[in-house]
Design a protein around this ligand. Structure first.
Ligand SMILES: Cc1cc2nc3c(=O)[nH]c(=O)nc-3n(C[C@H](O)[C@H](O)[C@H](O)COP(=O)(O)OP(=O)(O)OC[C@H]3O[C@@H](n4cnc5c(N)ncnc54)[C@H](O)[C@@H]3O)c2cc1C
Length: 419
């Protein structure tokens, strides 16, 4: 007897929704379960935060720019989609990081790993940290490890090990910048549990990192090894940018119904199943649903579910991404407005600037400089045009946007999220 297919509706066509659809279909095929799949996406295009801009031979990321090579789930998906030959490592000449302090760009001390100094000489020579701050960081080598069990904030961890100055000057711009969050409120276990493990094994974080502690504490990986040219890279992307993954998923899901430009506004259940109501008035009836939308959107979709209201209170930070795709005189770049508290400053007190050539992808005709920034309490998305102007001014010598020799931003994106 022919079985009726189960209808699963996925709200949200970002990487979470699309990969959920991909694996759900795979599982149902393996178990011979007839399935009808619908993905409903609010935006006109799929991919969510992943958006690659391909222009004038440049591959520029408007959202995420790479993924951690140790994350096996995305490598598995890459292989299943036949995208492994497209993988590219971090370009060796890229990834130079600077910290903006006192109106000057300071190169990150050589040997720093995620902002943590691991080489003595470049750290001692760096003008970024005072002699007292350097001496305090060195105490990490002799301080005992933490006795209490349980989680602590990233800030508490690094302040305890390396002192306030190194934490705020070197670590915070990078680690807090990645989450656009407050180092003193981000959970160590939820973000970088491997640092806890490094302390447990080596006591000293500096010594642990020097001895390859981060790699050794990584989860054992049963996946086949990556090709030789990719193995040393901490981050990976695809030759044509991260959107290549979204495009492959879209192709692989050709038998699913992919609806874009449609917002789900409410989900309700009855003995007959689920109903996902869209703003257009369409009602999607489903046997099961996956809500792959940002946490804050869940409260609205499930007004009668107390757990969803807790998700709705999850604080989000809006971030902006500004790209300069032309030759810019580095010395004149980014030093106009170092005041703390301004948007575009990565980290709480300082700035973190990564200077091109771009981290992954094809070599560019010009250096590409990308700044991503946002911080708790600043509505970057709501002030997009301000930023376009300010960024243009920052890049020039005379503060005249678009004036001779200045470099107005070529692409400004803002991700809108409640703060
Ligand atoms: C600027 C920036 C840089 C980043 N850099 C990195 C990086 O380098 N590496 C990394 O690993 N991660 C990075 N991240 C994080 C990464 O982009 C996200 O974790 C990931 O893309 C989230 O995917 P998602 O599918 O869960 O959510 P999203 O991409 O947010 O997708 C959710 C989708 O749901 C849709 N939606 C929302 N509400 C509804 C509704 N009611 N009905 C229908 N659809 C709805 C949205 O339009 C969206 O398309 C970065 C994020 C940003 C913003």
């Amino acid at each position: 007897m022919k079985r009726e297919p189960r209808h699963v509706v996925i709200a949200g066509g970002g990487i979470t929704g699309l990969s959920a659809a991909f694996y759900l279909r795979k599982l149902c095929r393996e178990r011979d379960i007839p399935l009808r799949l619908t993905v409903v996406e609010r935006a006109q295009t799929l991919g969510g935060k992943i958006r690659t801009l391909r222009r004038d031979g440049h591959v520029i990321e408007r959202g995420p720019d790479s993924f951690l090579a140790r994350k096996t789930a995305i490598l598995d998906l890459t292989r299943e989609l036949g995208l492994e030959p497209e993988l590219v490592p971090t370009r060796p000449e890229a990834g130079v990081s600077y910290i903006l302090r006192g109106g000057e760009l300071h190169r990150m001390p050589g040997g720093s790993m995620l902002g943590i100094p691991t080489k003595l000489k470049p750290f001692l020579q760096s003008g970024l940290v005072s002699p007292a701050g350097k001496a305090r960081a060195a105490l990490d080598l002799i301080l005992p490890s933490r006795k209490e069990s349980g989680d602590e904030s990233l800030g508490a961890f690094f302040r305890r090990r390396l002192g306030d100055e190194v934490t705020e000057t070197l670590v915070e711009p990078i680690l807090a910048g990645i989450y656009s969050g407050d180092l003193d409120r981000l959970s160590l276990q939820a973000t970088y549990p491997m640092f806890h493990e490094v302390e447990r094994r080596y006591r000293s974080v500096i010594r642990g990192l020097k001895r390859g502690g981060l790699q050794q504490t990584a989860q054992p990986n049963a996946a086949p090894p990556l090709p030789e040219h990719l193995r040393r890279s901490l981050f990976l992307s695809y030759k044509d940018g991260l959107s290549a993954l979204v495009e492959k998923l879209e192709n692989a899901l050709s038998d699913a119904s992919l609806v874009s430009g449609e917002e789900i506004v409410r989900v309700s259940s009855s003995p007959e199943g689920l109903t996902l109501e869209a703003a257009s008035g369409t009602a999607y009836r489903a046997d099961a649903a996956v809500l792959a939308v940002p946490a804050f959107a869940l409260g609205k979709l499930l007004p009668n579910l107390p757990a969803a209201q807790a998700f709705a209170r999850t604080p989000y930070v809006s971030v902006a991404n500004v790209v300069f795709g032309r030759a810019l005189p580095l010395r004149r770049f980014g030093v106009r407005d170092p005041a703390p508290g301004r948007p575009f400053h990565h980290g709480m007190h300082l700035d973190f600037v990564e200077v091109g050539p771009y981290r992954t992808g094809r070599p560019h005709a010009h250096p590409v400089l990308r700044r991503t920034g946002g911080r708790p309490g600043v509505d970057v998305a709501g002030r997009r045009n301000d930023h376009r102007r300010r960024e243009a001014g920052i890049a020039g010598t005379d503060g005249n946007p678009g004036g001779a020799g200045s470099g107005g931003a070529d692409q400004v994106d803002a991700v809108d999220a409640p703060v």
